[in-house]
Design a binder for this molecule. Structure first.
Ligand SMILES: [Zn+2]
Length: 81
């Protein structure tokens, strides 16, 4: 009897883990609107790709910068000189 209850509990646990994993995969999937957006490398805000500047660093790393961060960088540079 105890073994049966333990077996059922174990089965429920496996099912719960499987269901949780499945949900995590669905949630992680990006919507088409999300695919148009990228994260700014400085402020980490998600912004539409069309209003971001894209720069390739090295062979594969691509960085995006938003207009307000670029303005901030420009301000830093002009304040230095
Ligand atoms: Zn930014």
């Amino acid at each position: 009897m105890t073994v049966t209850i333990l077996a059922i509990l174990f089965l429920l646990l496996v099912l719960a883990v499987a269901l949780f994993g499945f949900r995590a995969v669905i949630v992680r999937g990006r919507s088409p609107e999300d695919l148009q957006k990228e994260q700014c490398s400085i402020c980490r805000r998600k912004i539409n790709k069309s209003s971001l500047v894209e720069r390739e660093i090295g062979d594969y790393k691509v960085l995006y910068f938003c207009s307000s961060c670029i303005a901030g960088l420009h301000r830093d540079l002009t304040m230095k000189n």
